[in-house]
Structure formats: C-alpha cells, structure tokens
Design a binder for this molecule. Structure first.
Ligand SMILES: *[C@@H]1O[C@H](CO)[C@@H](O)[C@H](O)[C@H]1NC(C)=O
Length: 148
C-alpha cells in the first residue's frame, strides 16, 4: 500500500512536470528564436511537425525497435544521430547534448538541435512525421490567429 502510494506520487510529479505548450505560445517562441524562415523553412512546418510528433508535449518519447533509438521531446528528435541517451547503439550525438535536454520545459535546446538537423542536406525531410503530415500541404492553419 505504501509502495503503491509512493508510486502514485512519483507518477503525479512526472505528470505535473510535463509541459504542454499552447499552439500560439509555441508559435511565439519559434518566432523569437529565429525559426521562421530558418533555412528557407516557414515556421508553419515546425508547428505542423510538433503537433503531429508530440502534440506540443515536451516529455514525449517514442522508442523505435528497428534501430533501438528513441525520439525525444516536442520535435521528436532521434537519439541515433542527434543526442546522447547512453543506450542507443552507434549513436552520433551531432547536437552534442543529452537527450534529456530535449524534454525540458524550456525548449531552447530543442529548437537549437532542430536547427542543426535541418542544416544537413535532407533538411526537414529527416522527420517521417513531417513527410506524412506536412509535406505538400497548406500549413497556414498552424499559425492562424496567433498574431504573427
Ligand atoms: C510564413 O507563412 C505565413 C503564412 O503564409 C506568412 O505570413 C509569413 O510571412 C511566412 N514567413 C516567412 C518567413 O516566409
């Protein structure tokens, strides 16, 4: 009973820590951090990617059994190439950060690493979620009524 109670409190504290951004709050941060027009990408692409990848929840993680990597955070950045989680085989860590930095409430490291990702030739096509949900679509709805 006591163990169950502490487990409950632990889960509660984890839940409380997860920051879920409001769409327009996220849009404002993207703009402030120079993500609009970065490498020619309209920020609508980042909003679309975040909505479909994480629903704006900074604590989102998804494990990929194929290569035993994990996608982290609001942009679902992959541990095989971009960050270090000490458990992904042959990981590269091109952003030079622990993957846990991508789960923080403060999404500054996540935005910096996302910029690093699109500096590679494949650009935003690196994200399957972007190809499946955002490529060749009208994305204006993602920044609608945000005043940007
Ligand atoms: C991004 O798209 C919106 C909506 O079409 C537009 O108002 C804005 O100027 C675009 N930003 C850039 C940097 O092109």
């Amino acid at each position: 009973m006591k163990a169950l109670l502490s487990l409950g409190l632990l889960l509660l504290s984890v839940t409380v820590q997860a920051k879920v951004y409001k769409r327009c709050e996220f849009v404002t941060l993207l703009k402030r951090h120079g993500m609009d027009g970065y490498r020619g990408l309209n920020m609508t692409n980042w909003v679309c990617l975040a909505q479909h990848g994480s629903n704006y929840n900074t604590q989102t993680t998804n494990y990929n059994p194929g290569d035993q990597s994990t996608d982290y955070g609001i942009f679902q950045i992959n541990s095989r190439y971009w960050c270090n989680d000490d458990k992904t085989p042959r990981a590269v860590n091109a952003c030079g950060i622990p993957c846990s930095a991508l789960l923080q409430d403060d999404i500054t490291p996540a935005m910096q690493c996302a910029k690093r990702v699109v500096r590679d030739p494949q650009g935003i096509r690196a994200w399957v979620a972007w190809r499946n949900h955002c490529q060749n679509r009208d994305l204006t709805q993602y920044i609608r009524n945000c005043g940007v």
